[in-house]
Design a protein around this ligand. Structure first.
Ligand code: 5GP
Length: 208
C-alpha cells in the first residue's frame, strides 16, 4: 500500500497590482485540491475586505507576540506593516495531501524556500509599470499617496523575479491563469511526487 502523497507548497509573489490575488483566486476556484493560506497582517482593513477571508487583521502587539512564540511559518515587514503565514495554515494541510499556495512578498518567499527546498516559487510580472499604476488606481482601494508609495516599492519587488523557480507574465489573464495551472501540474509530475503516487505501479513493473 503506497503512503499518501503530501501536498505541494507554492509561493506566489508579485508587486502590488500585478494581479496575483485575482489569479490565485481563479486558480483555486478551478482546482479544488488547492487551497490558499489566509495571512495575518497589522495593516488596516480595506473597504470590501473581510476579516478571516482576505486576512486575519490583528494589532501589532498580538502579531509580535505570535512571532515571538514561533507561530509563523514565515513573516516579514512590508510597506511598514507586518504580514505572516501562521503554521496552522500550512503544516496540517500539506500532511493531508492538500496543495497550499502562499501569496507573499519576496522576503517571505525566501524564508519558505529555505525552510522547504522542495517548495515551488512563482513570480508574477505585469506587462508594464503603467499597467501596474492603472490596476492600482482601478481597484479604488488606496489613496494617491499609498499608490505612489506602492509604485516606488514595485520596482524593488520586481528585482526579485530572478529568485523564483517560475515567472509568469500577467498581460492576458487567461494565459497567465493557464500558465499557473501548468506549473501546478508540472510540480505534481516531479519524480519525488510520482515516486509516492506510482510506487505500487513501479514496483509491480520492476519486480517482474
Ligand atoms: P497588501 O497589503 O496589498 O494586501 O499586500 C502587501 C504585500 O504583502 C504583498 O506583496 C503581499 O503578497 C504581501 N503579503 C501578504 N501576506 C503576506 C504574508 O503572509 N507574508 C509575507 N511575507 N508577505 C505577505
Amino acid at each position: 500500500m503506497q503512503p499518501p502523497a503530501t501536498g505541494n507548497l507554492f509561493t506566489v509573489s508579485a508587486p502590488s497590482g500585478a494581479g496575483k490575488t485575482s489569479l490565485v483566486r481563479a486558480l483555486v476556484d478551478r482546482n479544488k485540491d488547492l487551497c490558499v493560506s489566509v495571512s495575518h497582517t497589522t495593516r488596516a482593513q480595506r473597504p470590501g475586505e473581510e476579516n478571516g477571508i482576505n486576512y486575519h487583521f490583528v494589532d501589532r502587539e498580538s502579531f509580535e507576540s505570535s512571532a515571538k512564540n514561533g507561530e509563523f511559518f514565515e513573516w516579514a515587514e512590508v510597506f511598514g506593516n507586518l504580514y505572516g503565514t501562521a503554521r496552522t495554515e500550512v503544516t496540517a494541510r500539506l500532511k493531508q495531501g492538500t496543495d497550499v499556495i502562499l501569496e507573499i512578498d519576496w522576503q517571505g518567499a525566501e524564508q519558505v524556500k529555505a525552510a522547504v527546498p522542495t517548495s515551488c516559487s512563482i513570480f508574477i510580472v505585469p506587462p508594464s509599470l503603467d499597467t501596474l499604476r492603472e490596476r492600482l488606481q482601478g481597484r479604488g482601494q488606496d489613496d494617491n499617496k499609498t499608490i505612489e508609495s506602492r509604485m516606488a516599492e514595485a520596482k524593488s519587488e520586481l528585482e526579485h523575479w530572478r529568485e523564483a523557480d517560475y515567472v509568469v507574465l500577467n498581460d492576458r489573464f487567461d494565459i497567465a491563469l493557464n500558465d499557473l495551472e501548468c506549473i501546478i501540474r508540472s510540480q505534481h509530475l516531479r519524480r519525488e511526487n510520482q515516486a509516492t503516487r506510482l510506487s505500487d505501479t513501479l514496483s509491480a513493473i520492476l519486480s517482474n
